[in-house]
Design a binder for this molecule. Structure first.
Ligand code: ATP
Length: 344
């Protein structure tokens, strides 16, 4: 077991920065998730940790040891890919044993280690099957066993669930997380799926344009997003763009309301749909809005509210007895006690 440190990790392709000055520390036994839109540099970061991409600048330490220039097989990382990458002509056991054989591990040691790794992922009874005889979820568990059989210091997971259907994704997500916790192994996973990141991570790293934008727990990122980008990427937000001056926020569409945020000038206000109050009557801090669209999702209902010709927000109300369920064209009164403001 070991922690992981990335220092000033930069990868340039010509003038283009795939990652820029990435600073990260993963504690021993921690599950860190790299989250961000396509092309933000997540996979490049993971591949640099694994040793498949050479950094242009910066360093990587595993268990305190500088591994920046070591080849992949000397880093003791276990890698799980999106597409499993199993050998089709080998049985499950042979797939898991392959890496050990390549590393010259003694034959008598290999069989029990393979069996142990397969037991870990609950596939001990399917050791003689071929990948084509297994479901996607089972194949991904074989890939996990193949990574764990090395007893890696760090487990690296590159979108490991994206080829699975929604139901299986939920199951395998829980299995991977439970196994990681049981083994106490340090893990770094890449995903662009917010829900996956939120349910699996101890801490999350939000990236965009090759840079780390914010690092923290789910709660940190949701409650205290550092930027408009993070507010829009972790959880949902509606944004109002305008200007804060003399204690008021005013939008070009004519919406104007008191604002006590310590920002002057152009600003963006981020509103969480589930944190808004919707009522039939005006109330302190409320503004009127016309219901432009109603999205019925069973227990929850999204209301798209037109606050001005240019200002549209989404408010979420719960579908309970006694709660106000407005209809299309109704005027309601909406307030947001705890919005976050950013300089624009
Ligand atoms: P995705 O979720 O789509 O996999 P990502 O966040 O993992 O995206 P990366 O694969 O790390 O993104 O790529 C980051 C950027 O670096 C992208 O713009 C990509 O086009 C670029 N890039 C990656 N590899 C190379 C390469 N070998 N040569 C040139 N550009 C590259």
């Amino acid at each position: 077991m070991a922690g992981l440190q990335l220092h000033g990790l930069t990868k340039r392709y010509g003038d283009f920065h795939a990652t820029q000055n990435v600073e990260l520390e993963v504690k021993e036994g921690e599950f860190l998730v790299l989250l961000g839109p396509s092309g933000c540099g997540k996979t490049t970061t993971l591949r640099m940790i694994a040793g498949f991409v050479d950094p242009t600048e910066g360093s990587i330490r595993i268990g305190g040891k500088d591994v920046t220039t070591l080849p992949p097989w000397k880093r003791n990382t276990g890698l799980v890919f999106q597409n499993y990458a199993l050998f089709p002509h080998m049985t499950v056991a042979q797939n898991v044993a392959f890496g050990l054989e390549m590393r010259g591990i003694a034959k008598r040691e290999i069989a029990p280690r393979v069996q142990d790794a397969l037991e870990l992922v609950q596939l001990g009874h399917l050791a003689d099957r071929y990948p084509r005889q297994m479901s996607g979820g089972q194949q991904q568990r074989v890939a996990l066993a193949r990574a764990l059989v090395f007893r890696p210091d760090v487990l690296l997971l590159d979108e490991p669930l994206s080829n699975l259907d929604a139901k299986l994704r939920h199951e395998v997500r829980i299995e991977i997380r439970a196994l990681q916790q049981r083994l106490g192994i340090t893990a770094v996973m890449v995903t662009h799926d917010q829900e996956e990141a939120l349910t699996m991570a101890d801490r999350l790293v939000v990236m965009s344009d090759g840079q780390v934008r914010q690092v923290g727990s789910q709660r940190d990122l949701y409650e205290r997003p550092a930027s408009r980008f993070v507010a829009g990427f972790v959880g949902r937000s509606s944004f109002l763009e305008g200007e804060i001056r003399d204690g008021r926020f005013t939008t070009p569409g004519g919406l104007t309301l008191p604002c006590d945020k310590p920002i002057r000038g152009p600003a963006v206000i981020a509103l969480r749909p589930e944190r808004m109050t919707v009522a039939a009557q005006p109330h302190p801090g409320s503004v009127p809005g016309e219901v432009e669209f109603v999205s019925y999702m069973g227990g929850l209902i999204d209301l798209h509210l037109r606050l001005s010709p240019t200002d549209l927000v989404v408010a979420q109300v719960s579908n309970r007895e006694g709660s106000l369920i407005p209809e299309l064209g109704d005027t309601v009164h909406v307030s947001w006690p705890d919005a976050t403001a950013f300089p624009a």
